[in-house]
Ligand binder design. Structure first.
Ligand code: NDP
Length: 284
């Protein structure tokens, strides 16, 4: 069991720390404010938003959910984004994706004030991350870094291999690892001889969306394995890593569920509090 990187428990530890930070912010009359704009009735999005709301309220955030009809026009949605951009009590907000087809996601993401972009999707924040001066970064990437930090996993000089190059996981994790002085390799569906590359990893991060794809054959003995995958197979949640096989090689490994999942919301809450701290400092 001591091989487990326990995201559920680590998230609880961060929650305890964040509750204390929020209490001290309240002395400056600042309550972290987080809003989520939700357009239409996507059932997966509804679950994500409910989970965010539950955690935010438990921690003592001011959480606001703005539900808008599927038929809303792009201009009306831009107007809602601008209202949040201007509100002092909202430190960060998210426009839950996907959006209906008649709305340009790019336009909406670009309209979010970079200071309040807690998802780290705005091009400015992506640029800052790649320039080694990050502000907010995508929540899953942040959550992975916070998890590794609690377990004192050394990153400096380590070989980190990332499987998957999405904008929400693979790329931001690669940039954060590079910023942490790791030697980073990013692999994807065009990578030749994948297992030869992944076997070089001291730390292997997998985000491909293919159930139990990575087995012990892809893993060097003693590697740290982070499984980002969340796949529904026959109604059951599974990761991108075959846990029972991989644990034979790994020194530390995240389970699914209970690994990266809970840490993703931690990443979001943590970064919202960081913005709220700046608001409190500005008041002093
Ligand atoms: P995407 O579908 O956006 O990206 C998948 C990536 O995996 C692509 O870069 C793709 O390569 C690569 N890939 C696919 N098949 C292979 C293969 N056989 N070998 C090597 N690379 C491959 O996925 P996401 O990053 O959005 O999500 C990945 C997984 O993580 C999903 O299961 C998702 O549900 C989960 N997830 C979990 C989160 C959490 O909070 N725990 C948060 C976000 C995602 P190419 O670019 O060449 O197509």
């Amino acid at each position: 069991m001591d091989k487990i990187l326990d995201g559920k428990n680590t998230a609880i530890q961060y929650d305890e720390e964040m509750v204390q930070t929020i209490a001290s912010l309240k002395q400056d009359n600042v309550t972290p404010g987080l809003a989520v704009i939700m357009v239409g009735n996507n059932s997966a999005s509804e679950i994500y938003v409910r989970n965010k709301k539950r955690r935010a309220e438990k921690l003592g955030f001011n959480f606001e959910e703005i539900k808008l009809p599927e038929s809303i026009s792009e201009d009306e949605l831009l107007n809602e984004v601008n209202k949040l951009n201007q509100r002092d009590d909202i430190d960060g907000f998210i426009v839950q994706l996907p959006l209906p087809e008649h709305i340009s996601e790019e336009k909406i993401v670009n309209a979010v004030n970079a200071d309040k972009d807690v998802d780290g999707f705005a091009p400015y924040n992506v640029g800052k991350l790649f320039m080694n001066d990050p502000k907010q970064v995508p929540a899953t990437a942040k959550g992975i870094m916070l998890l590794l930090e609690k377990y004192n996993v050394e990153l400096d000089g380590k070989n980190v291999v990332i499987v998957g190059r999405s904008n929400i996981v693979g790329r931001p994790v690669a940039a954060l690892m590079l910023n942490a002085n790791a030697t980073v390799t990013v692999t994807h569906s065009h990578t030749k001889n994948l297992s030869e590359v992944t076997k070089q990893a001291d730390i292997l991060i997998v985000a491909i969306g293919k159930s139990e794809f990575i087995t012990s054959d892809y893993i060097k003995s003693g590697a740290v394995v982070i499984d980002v995958g969340m796949n529904r197979v026959d109604g059951k949640l599974s990761g991108d890593v075959d846990f029972d096989s991989a644990i034979k090689q790994a020194s530390l490994i995240t389970p699914v569920p209970g690994g990266v999942g809970p840490m993703t919301i931690t990443g979001l809450m943590y970064q919202t509090i960081e913005i709220a701290k700046k608001r409190a400092n500005a008041k002093r």
